[in-house]
Structure formats: C-alpha cells, structure tokens
Ligand binder design. Structure first.
Ligand SMILES: *Cc1c(COP(=O)(O)O)cnc(C)c1O
Length: 410
C-alpha cells in the first residue's frame, strides 16, 4: 500500500484549548470535553494539491493527508466510496426552491455514514494497539463498529436501547459484536460502557468520547467541497444527534480555508432534530451554549434520538457562527417527507434524511431559507433498514386474472 506523509501535530481540548500529545490513546479531555486533532496545515498544503486529488480513487481515503492514520497498513477497507449528490429536481420545481441536492450517504459500508467515523476510529485503534472496543448505539454506529472491528480482528461490545429496530440489532450481532439490549436510552447505555472501562479494559468508542470519529466525518465536508468544485453551498441541513457530522464538516471547512482551497464564505449550517427529542433546538432558541438533557425522548428517527450530546457547544457554536439555525420537525412531517421523496424523486430516504427535507419545506415557507439558495440535505443511511408503510393486494393465481380489478384497485 502506498505511504502518504501525515501531518498531525497534537490534539487539543475543544473547550479549553489544552494541548494533548498525538499518537497516544485518548478519550475525553481532562475537562470532560471532546478532543480535536490538529495538523501542520502549512506543510500539508505543500504536499497535496486539488489537482493531485484527481488521480486518486473515488473514496474518502483520497483525503489521506487530512487524516490522522500514520501507516496505511492500519487502514481497514470495506469500500468507502464517495457518495453521490442527487438533485431533487421535481421537488425543487414544485416547491419553487433553489437547487436541492441530496448527499446520499446510505451507500457507504453498513449502509450509513457512521462508516466514515468508525473507519477512522478503528484504524486509529489498530494503530494504537487497542484490542477491545465498546460503544452505546441506536443502531448504525454499532453496525459500522462491528464490521470494521471484525475485519480488523478487534473484539467489540455493543449496547443498544431495547427498542432499537431489530434489523440494526441483528446486523450488529451478525457482524460479530457481543450485543446487549438495555432498558434505557443511548446515554444510559453510554454509562454502562463508561463505568465498565476499568474492569472490562475496553476502549470507549462513544460519539465524541474518542477523537477520531470527527476526523472520519470531516471527510463529508472535504468531499462536498470537492464535489461542488470548491464552492460552498448556501445551506447545509443536517439531522443532528451527537452532531459529529456537523462538527466534522465545520472543521473541514476551517482547514480548507487555512490552506487556501476555499475562501472565508461558509454555508449556513442548519441542525434538524425531532420534536420529541430537540435539546439542541431548545438551547439554540434560548440562546444557551450548552443543552439540557431531554427527558422522555421519543421519535421514529432513531439516529437523532440523542437526549444529551457531549459536543453540544461545538454544534451550537458552528450553527451560530455560520448564521444558521436549529429547527425541529414532527414525526408526522418526517413521515410525509419520507413518502413524498420516494414518490416524486424515487429516492428512499431514511427517516433522519426525511427530517432534513421536512425542515427545508417548513423553512422555505417561513422564509428562513430563501428560494434562491442552494441547499444540501444529508441522507445519512439507507432507507432499507427502516419500516415502510406500504399497500399491496393479493391475486389468486388459481383463478383467471381480473385486470379490471387491478386497474381499479390501490
Ligand atoms: C448517527 C445518525 C445521525 C446523527 O448523526 P450525528 O453526526 O451523530 O449527529 C443521523 N441519522 C442517522 C441515520 C444516524 O445513524
């Protein structure tokens, strides 16, 4: 495998700026906040150009210089393709909006963008000699962890709320994780992982509690910028749970500006949550930098059912600095956007992706999103993992087929 130069200099507490050594195993900072990976961007910019990317494979490892893995042999590959930007032309016309592009992340390994973060987390774990990993999950993160760890030969323990959809639990277990259902929410499962660290000697891979999942999600920002020919879109609508993707993209844009690949313009970052679990929206509306834990979280969009996010201030800072906003949508609005996109665009979203479409529809009406703005929606997972409301009829082939009835039915 080709070796690339790497540029990580150190890690930094996202809250206090305190410096931590690179190439060592880290969880949260001493202040209990996420650590961010820092690079020598000047040297980086001398070793890679926009043009040099053109000759590389269409996968997110093409951004190697922007990533922390030192040795290519530690990379675990399952086909980390660049995901397409699908124009939603029919909806755009009907709603009279600017260009709508759906970034379809459901095509990544294990069917969700969690593969970006976990591919990096597992590569770094391998590089730093980790033999056991654990995490709480609402489904997709656990599946990605299980897949990359099985391939890397790392043992995994995954803890899910007991109402996690069966298909996700089956996927996690089938891919080789020791899988546990618990009668609580994702943060309760997170407590099981955190409190078990000493006795079980596992590495806590919870969202933002290790530094590298953000770096993986950062590739969404790099990829988006490259796909848009290094022009920023006007608005990015992101379904926000732990916020890794939003924080990662914001970090990507900052690094790209520092090396002069983009200017100082930024998309407005819009964080979407479900009405039944909207801690970030509440904090945004109340002008707070931190979000209070949400009680009795409930929504069909399991990926954004996150009552408390360690990186709350990073999400809120990015949303505010970008002149964006946070908005919640109801499960009803999610369901109807889900169906509308399937019928009018032929795109099977996941409910979290549908939440971004529902938010767009709402905010075109409210005027917070203008009708000339180019909007990127994130579809984070394949719609095939989720229940779909369908209707079909039965024909008895022992009798003559009645086409009049077929014509009139459904
Ligand atoms: C994890 C997940 C999200 C939320 O992503 P974050 O970056 O953690 O906020 C949204 N949708 C789906 C399908 C997910 O799996």
């Amino acid at each position: 495998m080709k070796e690339y130069p790497t540029f990580v200099t150190h890690l930094e507490c996202s809250y206090t700026g305190k410096v931590y050594q690179a190439d060592k195993l880290h969880g949260l900072s001493e202040d209990g906040k996420p650590l961010l990976v820092k690079y020598d961007l000047e040297k980086l910019s001398e070793s890679v150009t926009k043009e040099s990317l053109n000759t590389r494979l269409p996968e997110f490892w093409r951004y190697r210089e922007f990533l922390p893995v030192r040795k290519s042999e530690n990379i675990v590959r399952l086909g980390e393709i660049m995901t397409p930007l699908l124009p939603a032309t029919n909806l755009q016309q009907e709603w009279g909006s600017g260009e709508i592009l759906i970034k379809d992340e459901g095509r990544l390994p294990t069917g969700s963008f969690k593969a970006r973060g976990l591919a990096l987390a597992v590569a770094m774990a391998k590089e730093l000699g980790v033999e056991r990993m654990a995490m709480p999950t609402n489904g997709n993160a656990g599946a990605a962890l299980a897949a990359y760890c099985s391939r890397a030969g790392i043992e995994t323990f995954v803890f899910c709320p007991d109402d996690t959809p069966k298909v996700n639990v089956d996927e996690i277990s089938f891919l080789g994780a020791k899988t546990f259902l618990a009668n609580g929410f994702i943060n309760d499962c997170g407590r099981v992982v955190g409190e078990g660290k000493v006795q079980m000697n596992w590495f806590d891979t919870s969202t933002l509690k290790e530094p590298y999942r953000i770096e993986g999600k950062k590739t969404m920002g790099l990829e988006l910028a490259e796909q848009l020919n290094w022009e920023m879109p006007d608005v990015i609508i992101y379904p926000t749970g732990g916020g890794t993707g939003l924080i990662g993209m914001w970090k990507a844009f900052d690094e790209l500006e520092q090396i002069g690949w983009i200017g100082s313009e930024r998309p407005r970052m819009v964080a979407v949550q479900a009405e039944g679990c909207a801690p970030i929206v509440k904090a945004f509306n109340e002008g707070n930098r931190h979000a209070e834990p949400w009680k009795n979280a409930e929504t069909i969009a399991a990926g954004i059912r996150v009552p408390a996010a360690v990186g709350d201030f990073l999400i809120l800072d990015a949303v505010r600095e970008s002149d964006g906003f946070a908005v919640s949508v109801s499960d009803g609005e999610i369901n109807s956007a889900h169906r509308e996109c399937a019928l009018k665009e032929g795109v099977l979203l996941c409910p979290e992706g549908a939440a971004t479409l529902a938010a767009l529809k709402k905010e075109l009406t409210s005027g917070r999103i203008k009708r000339n703005e180019q909007v990127i929606l994130f579809n984070c997972a394949t719609g095939l993992k989720y229940p779909m409301q369908t209707s079909h009829n039965f024909i008895n082939l022992q009798e003559p087929v009645n086409y009049d009835w077929i014509e009139g039915s459904l």
